[in-house]
Design a protein around this ligand. Structure first.
Ligand code: AN7
Length: 360
């Protein structure tokens, strides 16, 4: 029988805190492609750029890596229900993995501020969805309080089992490149992901698979940029709803990731995010949700200012699939709705509309 990727717990079993008797709840997450993007390398004026396309995970975002570990651990402890606060992707992943585990799920999302692609996933996987009158930070506070006082397991990234799963993305990058990149950038929201990459790369350094850590760069949306401001933002605002977070839970771990790798934080406007969102789909063939374009947008901004550190190999994690939040692709640069032309069902009229001349 042909070999199939077995999900991150089985693929990296000796690198994760699991034993043979532990239940494993998996949907085959991980093993995502690292896609070369020469157009982006040219734009940034670096040797090479590889996009780690996390939209290829089973629920369409990197959250699946941490959800397989968190839900497996919860199952091992006899949990019947999981709870998560979410800007969307965590809720989709929690709901799907809960179904696979035979558990129920409760998700708390900011009212009216999650994309309908993600909402449809939580509904499809029969989560109990509660729209909280507040932002993500309010949702996380509630989820923590509920998990402390009621029989529900918290599967947000404040649960260390989540970071264990998410660190496998750095292993995969090293598996493919054979070394660490010089620089690795990603969007920065609640800060679980940059902390997990740091953890993974540190482990790779310890066992000698890489010789140095990549500089880790976390990029925020300008309207939700507590790491740039230096303190929590009380009213985060951005069209990149996945990272509309004002009070990141993994604050200290992210600061450590930046310091320890000589990396950096940056922020980009919604306009810059949408410009890069379009560039990735139109010039690189990679369709991501707007939030996921933030890492690349941040590096572009640094390169334009002449502040991008010299790098031969750059990896940029694009965290979620474009189909999660597709409305933005259906708008042009000025925000006008794009409507494909209607034509009669005749080759000659189609040819005329697209400006083709008949072969001689
Ligand atoms: C596409 O789903 O926080 O810095 O509740 O969905 O690890 O938080 C999502 C975050 C980047 C930020 N890109 O990662 C949630 C949630 C996408 C995301 C982030 C998120 P972290």
């Amino acid at each position: 029988m042909a070999h199939q990727w077995r999900g991150v717990i089985r693929e990296y079993f000796d690198r994760l805190p699991f034993t043979e008797s532990d239940p494993i709840v998996t949907l085959g997450e991980g093993g995502t492609p690292l896609i070369e993007a020469p157009a982006l390398a040219k734009l940034l004026d670096v040797g090479s750029v590889h996009l780690k396309f996390e939209g290829m995970n089973p629920t369409g975002s990197f959250k699946d890596r941490g959800m397989t570990t968190a839900v497996s651990k919860a199952k091992g402890k006899g949990a019947k229900a999981v709870i998560a606060a979410s800007t969307g992707n965590t809720s989709a992943a929690a709901a799907a993995y809960a179904v696979k585990a035979g558990m129920t799920s409760v998700v708390l999302v900011p009212a009216g501020k999650i994309s309908w692609g993600k909402l449809s996933q939580a509904v499809a996987h029969k989560a109990q969805i509660l729209q909280v009158r507040g932002n993500f930070d309010d949702c996380l506070r509630l989820a923590r309080e509920l998990s402390e006082n009621y029989p529900v397991f918290l599967v947000n990234s404040v649960n260390p089992d989540r970071l264990q799963g998410q660190k496998t993305a750095s292993f995969e990058v090293v598996d493919v490149l054979g070394e660490a990149p010089d620089l690795h950038a990603m969007p920065l929201g609640n800060a679980g992901n940059i902390s997990a990459y740091h953890l993974g790369y540190k482990e790779e350094l310890e066992i000698g698979r890489i010789k140095q850590l990549p500089k880790l760069f976390g990029i925020q949306a300008a309207g939700a940029a507590p790491f740039i401001q230096g303190s929590p933002v009380s009213k985060p605002e951005t069209i990149a709803t996945a990272i509309r977070i004002g009070n990141p839970a993994s604050w200290d771990l992210a600061q450590e990731a930046k310091r320890n790798t000589d990396g950096g934080f940056g922020s980009v406007s919604d306009k810059e995010i949408l410009w890069m969102h379009r560039f990735l789909s139109q010039e690189c063939g990679v369709f991501v949700e707007p939030s996921s374009a933030t890492g690349a947008a941040g590096l572009f901004k640094l390169s334009q200012k002449g502040e991008l550190p010299k790098a031969n190999t750059v990896v940029i994690t694009v965290t979620g699939h474009g189909l999660k939040d597709p409305d933005w692709a259906l708008k042009d640069e000025r925000g006008r709705q794009i409507k494909p032309k209607r034509v009669a069902a005749q080759a000659a009229s189609v040819a005329e509309v697209i400006g083709l001349e008949r072969n001689k």
